[in-house]
Design a protein around this ligand. Structure first.
Ligand code: ADP
Ligand code: MG
Length: 293
């Protein structure tokens, strides 16, 4: 069998040029090492080509994920692997694993994570966002306050449309901490426009310490709140998390602070009501259930 030509026999510049043109920078940067590796392992031409393609793809994936994680602006690194499901029995691990497969994002559905402070809403939101990025989707993370402030600023500068368009780009938009502070009526309208724009095309994940029944108060306008919920809940997965703050668990265990009083409709921090308002009954799914339509 004739021996393959050595790398040195091939004009390197020309090969470099072609690899650049084909955007195979991983192969180009590592070509000599990769070919040495192939020779050491006695790979056939086909096997060598396969190995080169695998390395190029691995490098592209790595870079894409790195870049997407930067663009997502997650406030912290949180992963599903670091979530202690035993500490949070109100969450069905199977449902979270199902959501982690990111099919809901492909379908432009929404996830609402509801529950009092410290129960892991933000942790799960970031972790699901990371899974979405691994699956190839673009993700943008923001807090509700930063979001409405950005929309108000854009409105004042007469570029609300541009801003709404920018917020519609990512396949998944995560809005954290809706409801910690009531929103201005203008903010509610801007939020409505955003939800309408993304409706059925881009997925949203929203975390809130308020039950959907309380969103009328959050948005300072029950009519707009209903319109927002109507769209959000149409194709949605609503997860209501109960229980005590994970942050305070260790302190409580060591006796540093007392157990919280039983929740009875207190404002911030009370576990959300499980009773959805009448308007959303047709969309609202049984707790822990899958897609509602
Ligand atoms: P929330 O957004 O509901 O207020 P966070 O997600 O910010 O709560 O959780 C508070 C802290 O506790 C975070 O550091 C988070 O990683 C951690 N945490 C919450 N629940 C869990 C859990 N079940 N397993 C591991 N860490 C948790
Ligand atoms: Mg949070």
């Amino acid at each position: 069998m004739p021996r393959a030509k050595r790398a040195a026999d091939v004009p390197t510049d020309r090969l470099d040029e072609m690899l650049v043109r084909l955007k195979l920078s991983g192969i180009r940067d590592q070509l000599d090492n990769l070919l040495d590796e192939a020779a050491r392992s006695n790979l056939s031409t086909r096997e060598t080509l396969m190995m080169l393609c695998e390395r190029e793809i691995a490098r592209k994936d790595h870079r894409r994920i790195d870049m997407a994680l930067k663009l997502a602006h997650f406030p912290a690194v949180k992963e599903l692997a670091g979530f202690d499901f035993e500490a949070q029995p109100s969450i069905d691990p199977k449902q979270i694993r199902d959501l982690a497969a990111s099919r809901w994002i492909a379908n432009g559905e929404n996830v609402l994570l509801l529950g009092p402070p410290g129960v892991g809403k933000t942790h799960l939101a970031i972790a699901l966002g990371r899974e979405a990025i691994m699956a190839g989707y673009s993700v943008q993370f923001t807090t509700a306050m930063a979001l409405v402030a950005g929309l108000a600023k854009a409105h004042a500068e007469k570029r609300l449309d541009e801003k709404l368009l920018a917020l519609s780009k990512a396949k998944l938009l995560i809005v954290d901490e809706l409801g910690y502070l009531p929103l201005e009526p203008d903010a509610a309208h801007h939020f409505f426009q955003l939800v309408s724009r993304r409706y059925e095309t881009g997925a949203m994940l929203i975390t809130s310490n308020r039950s959907v029944a309380e969103w009328g108060t959050v948005f300072a306008d029950p009519v707009v709140a209903t319109a927002i919920l109507d769209r959000l809940l149409h194709h949605s997965h609503v997860l209501t998390i109960r229980g005590d703050s994970y942050r305070l668990r260790a302190k409580r265990r060591s006796g540093l602070i007392k157990a919280p009083p039983a929740a009875n409709g207190a404002p911030v921090g009370s576990p959300p009501s499980t009773k959805p308002p009448a308007i959303i009954n047709r969309h609202h799914e049984p707790e822990g259930g899958g897609r509602s339509s």
